[in-house]
Write a protein of this length. Structure first.
Length: 152
């Protein structure tokens, strides 16, 4: 049981470090911050835009972090806010500009390449099982965290 914990924790940590290193490398080559990756990716998938709250949920980032990223991306000309009735930026939808879409396309191509290289030697069936198990572990650990939060 202890070996499983060690293997799981160190392997997940190594995967995370590798992803961060890949993001940093590719974003530096584009002259962008690595923190933009997930926001540009998610915004590229929703042409009508996403609110900061939606990006927080999708990117698994906190409100302050997403707010900083969105401010930077407005300044860089990657996003604008969709016209709407709500004057609160947190509830307004961030939409990619033409420049943002061009960068998102390049990012998504690099993501596809990294996923392809990371999946070498894995069959479709193995990948399906892996994700099913990984999602189950995530759900179980989230439930455990919720239970621990209730105790405090």
């Amino acid at each position: 049981m202890i070996n499983r914990f060690e293997n799981f924790a160190t392997t997940i940590a190594q995967i995370y470090k590798s992803i961060q290193k890949i993001k940093k490398y590719h974003m530096q080559s584009l002259g962008l911050k690595s923190t933009y990756v997930m926001c540009l990716h998610h915004l590229s998938r929703v042409p009508g835009g996403l609110t900061a709250a939606e990006l927080c949920r999708l990117c698994k980032e906190n409100k302050a972090g997403i707010s900083r990223i969105l401010s930077d991306m407005v300044r860089e000309g990657f996003i604008c806010y969709a016209a709407g009735n709500d004057s609160k930026k947190y509830r307004a939808k961030a939409v990619l500009t033409n420049t943002g879409r061009q960068y998102a396309l390049q990012i998504n191509e690099r993501i596809a390449d990294a996923v392809s290289k990371g999946s070498r030697g894995i069959t479709e069936q193995e990948r399906d099982i892996f994700y099913r198990v990984l999602f189950r572990i995530t759900e179980n650990l989230n439930q455990l965290c919720a239970e621990l939060s209730e105790r405090t």
